[in-house]
Design a protein around this ligand. Sequence first.
Ligand SMILES: [Zn+2]
Length: 377
Amino acid sequence: MPNPKQVTEKLFQSPQKYIQGPSAIQNAARYLETLGKKPLLTCDAFVHGIAGKPLIEALQSHTFNVTHVEFGGEASSQEVGRLSDIGRKEGNDFIIGLGGGKTIDCAKAVASELSLPVAILPTTASTDAPCSALSVLYTPNGEFDRYTFFNTNPSIVLVDTSVIAKAPPRFLAAGMGDAIATNVEARLCKHSPNFGGGLPTEVSVAIGQKCEEILFQYGRQAYEANKAQVVTPALEAVIEANTLLSGLGFESGGLAAAHAIHNGFTAIESLHVLLHGEKVAFGTVAQLVLIGTPTETLDKYISFMLSVDLPVTFALLGIPDVTDEQLRKVAKLAIAPGETIWNMEGVITEDSVFWAIKGADAAGRDFIARTGGRKEY
Ligand SMILES: [Zn+2]
């Protein structure tokens, strides 16, 4: 039920600064020195090789004293505790999270635990995690645990587009899967409190719309630019849509069924190899089916997903033999109390969600059969 507490205030929140460009890491010191001089920087070993080293060098040449700690790989309470202990011992004055969604979520939680500011430097545009004041925590073996909320958004989000251009295009596509859900979900949540506890403002609605517009205009072109490892205006636009617009749009707009179904999917072990946005993409089609979207409109979304290799069928998700029993479990989790599906207007039952998930697969298969997989939109 949307808005059970009858909230009447509108609320919009965001990071203090968002910086994006092809030399952002090289120029990071001038932005980060407003936060302190002794950061705890966490990134995984792979990211350290491609972005960590240049960042640390850039900071050290400006007299920063960097504590580098390798990220353990999962945004779990245990990992947050481990990194927080190190930060306390070292006396760090701010946190830097460098990497993908899980590193970012973990860094935000550590900063909150230590009451320190955090700078988020995403190395992929694979999720809308960087800008928000919340993290998604998982169990150490990768199952959805809970959303955790912080008092403030990251102080700085700094995106080096030349690093993102070198990341696998699959990450950018997954980010588009997460970002295409933003407007689809937020437009059903106009009367439901957002993640900040207030109602959506006009600007959060406009951000969601702009995000979707950019993806339809530039998504495919950006995906190809990413394959060629070049920074083009299309890639810059999609990186901004995936990171800034999707981040602001979901947090101050609201999530609905697409993310709830994504969370349900984490119960299927074999889907753990998929990225967040890949599952959200399928969840978005399922939500569109759930609310009775006309075929012409549904086709536009399915066509977009396929143009950037996002999954719209069980087979493309890698679960061609998924059973009704498993899908029932997904539906049950998607309608758990407190899930974002309850932000939506309309009647939601386990049956309707189960049918929508199967309906999404059917619509995806039908689209591919009708069009050979792609259609101009
Ligand atoms: Zn998401």
